[in-house]
Design a protein around this ligand. Structure first.
Ligand SMILES: *[C@@H]1O[C@H](CO)[C@@H](O)[C@H](O)[C@H]1NC(C)=O
Ligand SMILES: *[C@@H]1O[C@H](CO)[C@@H](O)[C@H](O)[C@H]1NC(C)=O
Ligand SMILES: *[C@@H]1O[C@H](CO)[C@@H](O)[C@H](O)[C@H]1NC(C)=O
Ligand SMILES: *[C@@H]1O[C@H](CO)[C@@H](O)[C@H](O)[C@H]1NC(C)=O
Ligand SMILES: *[C@@H]1O[C@H](CO)[C@@H](O)[C@H](O)[C@H]1NC(C)=O
Ligand SMILES: *[C@@H]1O[C@H](CO)[C@@H](O)[C@H](O)[C@H]1NC(C)=O
Ligand SMILES: *[C@@H]1O[C@H](CO)[C@@H](O)[C@H](O)[C@H]1NC(C)=O
Ligand SMILES: *[C@@H]1O[C@H](CO)[C@@H](O)[C@H](O)[C@H]1NC(C)=O
Ligand SMILES: *[C@@H]1O[C@H](CO)[C@@H](O)[C@H](O)[C@H]1NC(C)=O
Length: 676
């Protein structure tokens, strides 16, 4: 175990001398889910709610509300989102002042500036911040978690010198896709928990226990074995089928993941995505607006292309801004009998279909096949399940494994002329990254949302060694030049060859820095500035393959820390001005709108981090940076950016930890270490 993990442990423990050490990861014989007796039960509390009326995974037919659910045109923000924004934007003012003050931009009075753009009710000049966390399985979850952890002022140490803590508290939107969607969902399903709390876990809970693969299931005292776990999952899915709804491999996939992502008995089968909207904290605007992304695979098509309709799920609505489907359904009433945008009097209303696990399972449906293929080789999986999986594999066309069915289709008979899914009873959604846009940017570049800056955390596995090469970002730029863009704007992004040759995939790069480089339609806004944060090796090799099913907790923590160090450039080790450069990116569009002079520090930052517009050929950089030439030719093989982190691997501590499973010993050693 590394020292940082120990420190986290130390910080989390009561400081009284006689406090009993808490065996955090010990497995003791105790009834599971006995929240009352677990010492840290106050830490992870459900935020989303088990509000499916069935009390379980099954959706239920309910009486339609007086105000019958409808589909609306995507020509405005929803009223619910607008009302929520009014609260959230105000709540970002103070954290933003604190964050910008800590960033210490010389000769710039951050407090006075933010106050000047936030007095009165019109907050349109206040920086509007978004964070997007890419797909890439557990790698994306962990690397993304490192960024969120660094940005969260509640993380111990994050507001010290060199930290970017408070950025999350200043953020309006937080989007996730596939593995990034697991991260976002897990945070919101657990009372907006901090990453360190999720890492720390809880006694008798399988939350974030990535060392036990979802194939084997949680290793909990007494009751839990693999067969029982799969029987539970199967029973949950069966209850949905019995209630009259189509099920697919996505249901199993989402349920299995939930045991790791939702800290509630049996992975919280009744938790819904829409219930996030009813949480007091969220509805008071005290956390960013979570959004997950999935793609439509049009009927009869096998491949998902850049012109596929992109769907988003948010706590209020599910739908698309694209000029194709161009409408939104209330998330809470998904699977009601919508037809032509309304639920006719003959149609029924349904609630509980928007299971949070079905939503994040949909966004990550690319992994369905992984589940199917591997389940058959795991010991302890009951025979009947293997049989079922094998049958599914044979029945389902391989190309269809990844589908999540939304039946009845909310957009049936909706905009018949333009909507490719207007005439199907079943809306097929697939993994949000299948169109190559592996960073969930579409929801954030909608002009209506007026986002100024996007922190785009990219954990894509593009290269041979599972590092990103800019393909995801480029895909969104390419899409912004096609008719489906429908008014969305995205800054120019070069091709993958340029990313590799110029090292843009190896360090933070800003895109779209100069707003004067854009021709903006009358009344329109310039596209957001994009702060691209590619997964790269800072303090550990975080390029684990996408289909690795389990991770020792030490490796999980190392990858999260690597993401943290990417977000902070090693707390300033690599660039002592990094925090102020992050602050400059936050301020940039707002300064332009206000006609305020750009501080000298920001000009320096932009010179250093902005893509200069040159391609590899134009810049004369032709070969891949950081290559190690091997038998297979040139390969991008970056090496660690930060070698010896002071204090890390302090010999005595790690030796003892290595030999002894008794955590309290480590704690004592770490305490002594701290005092020296
Ligand atoms: C969730 O966390 C907040 C603090 O972050 C706390 O005020 C609230 O009581 C928690 N919710 C529940 C249900 O415990
Ligand atoms: C977006 O698409 C809708 C539906 O086709 C259309 O009405 C609207 O004018 C488009 N918006 C822009 C900015 O092109
Ligand atoms: C409502 O949807 C269900 C499921 O697709 C379908 O079986 C039923 O016929 C629909 N009812 C009406 C009135 O559209
Ligand atoms: C999962 O399936 C893949 C592809 O079939 C295989 O390479 C891998 O070894 C399997 N993993 C496990 C844990 O069975
Ligand atoms: C749209 O198409 C459906 C059939 O799929 C049809 O029943 C409906 O009347 C059409 N709506 C309009 C407005 O043309
Ligand atoms: C970049 O990654 C994509 C996969 O996302 C791959 O198809 C492409 O060949 C890679 N580019 C280079 C130059 O290696
Ligand atoms: C940066 O600070 C965090 C939090 O204090 C710490 O865990 C991490 O090890 C530091 N990184 C480096 C490179 O020193
Ligand atoms: C400026 O805009 C042009 C035209 O879209 C583009 O080719 C160029 O790359 C942009 N420059 C930068 C630095 O983004
Ligand atoms: C991770 O990347 C390094 C090069 O940067 C490479 O040597 C190593 O094999 C990669 N690991 C995996 C699991 O791909």
């Amino acid at each position: 175990m590394h020292l940082h993990a120990l420190l986290q442990l130390v910080l989390s423990l009561p400081l009284t001398a006689n406090a009993e050490p808490v065996p955090l990861f010990a497995r003791q014989k105790q009834p599971p889910h006995d929240l009352a007796v677990t010492p840290r039960s106050d830490l992870i509390v459900p935020r989303a709610r088990p509000d499916a009326p069935s009390g379980g995974y099954a959706p239920s037919v309910v009486e339609c509300p007086k105000d019958r659910p409808r589909i609306r045109l995507a020509n405005a923000l929803s009223q619910a989102e607008s009302e929520w924004l009014a609260k959230r934007r105000k709540n970002t003012v103070d954290p933003m002042i604190q964050f910008l003050k800590r960033a210490e931009i010389p000769d710039f009075d951050a407090e006075a500036y933010i106050k000047s753009v936030s007095s009165g009710d019109d907050l349109s000049n206040l920086p509007n911040i978004a964070i997007a966390v890419s797909g890439g399985g557990y790698r994306a979850l962990m690397n993304g978690a490192g960024f969120i952890s660094a940005a969260d002022s509640r993380t111990p140490g994050s507001t010290d010198k060199g930290g970017i803590g408070g950025l999350l508290q200043s953020t309006t939107y937080l989007s996730g896709l596939s593995g990034g969607g697991w991260l976002v969902s897990s945070i919101y399903a657990n009372n907006f928990s901090t990453i360190s709390t999720l890492q720390q876990g809880r006694k008798d809970s399988s939350i974030w226990r990535f060392d036990d693969s979802i194939f084997n299931g949680p290793d909990l005292p007494g009751v839990f074995d693999t067969a029982r776990y799969w029987a539970d999952v199967a029973e949950q899915v069966r209850s949905k089928r019995k209630a009259g709804f189509e099920t697919s491999i996505t249901d199993y996939w989402g349920r299995a993941l939930s045991y790791q992502l939702i800290d509630a008995p049996d992975g919280g089968p009744a938790y819904t995505f829409s219930s996030i909207s009813e949480d007091d904290h969220f509805s008071a605007g005290q956390a960013p607006f979570p959004i997950l992304v999935a793609d439509n695979r049009p009927p009869g098509m096998k491949a998902v292309t850049l012109s596929a309709t992109v769907f988003e799920f948010n706590p209020f609505e599910m739908g698309s801004w694209d000029p194709t489907t161009y409408g939104f359904a209330p998330t809470r009433y998904l699977a009601s009998n919508f037809s032509g945008g309304v639920v006719p009097s003959s149609g029924r209303c349904v609630r509980g279909f928007d299971s949070i696990s079905y939503v994040f399972g949909t966004s990550s449906s690319l992994f369905n096949a992984f589940l199917l293929q591997n389940i058959t080789s795991v010991e302890g999986v009951p025979d009947w399940l293997i049989e079922q999986a094998t049958n599914l594999l044979e029945d389902v066309d391989e190309k269809e494994n990844d589908v999540a069915k939304y039946e009845p289709n909310p957009f049936l008979g909706w905009l018949n002329a333009s909507n490719p899914v207007a005439h199907v009873t079943d809306l097929d959604l697939v993994d949000g990254g299948e169109d190559l846009q592996n960073i969930p940017l579409q929801p954030l570049i909608q002009p209506l949302r007026a986002v100024d800056v996007i922190f785009a955390v990219d954990s894509s596995a593009d290269t041979t060694f599972s590092w990103p090469n800019g393909t995801a970002l480029r895909a969104t730029y390419d899409r912004s030049l096609t008719p489906i863009a429908n008014g969305t704007l995205f800054p120019p992004v070069p091709d993958d060859v340029t990313f590799l040759a110029r090292g843009l995939n190896n360090r933070p790069t800003f895109f779209g820095c100069s707003s004067s480089n854009f021709t903006v339609p009358a009344g329109g806004r310039v596209p957001p500035l994009v702060v691209y944060l590619p997964n790269a090796p800072y303090t550990t090799y975080s390029n684990v393959t996408t289909f690795t099913p389990s991770y020792p907790l030490s490796q999980r923590n190392d990858i999260i820390l690597n993401g943290y160090n990417a977000a902070t450039q090693g707390n300033g080790t690599l660039d002592e001005n990094w925090v102020s450069c992050v602050a400059c990116a936050v301020l940039s569009r707002s300064l332009d709108r206000m006609g305020t002079a750009v501080p000298a520090r920001c000009t320096e930052c932009f010179e250093k981090y902005c893509w200069d517009g040159k391609t590899a050929a134009q810049a004369g950089d032709v070969s891949i940076q950081g290559v190690v030439s091997g038998a297979g030719g040139e390969e991008y093989q970056p090496t660690l950016k930060i070698q010896d982190v002071e204090g890390e691997e302090s010999g005595a501590a790690s030796m003892i930890v290595g030999r002894s499973g008794m955590i309290w010993v480590c704690v004592v050693v770490a305490f002594v270490g701290l005092m020296l």
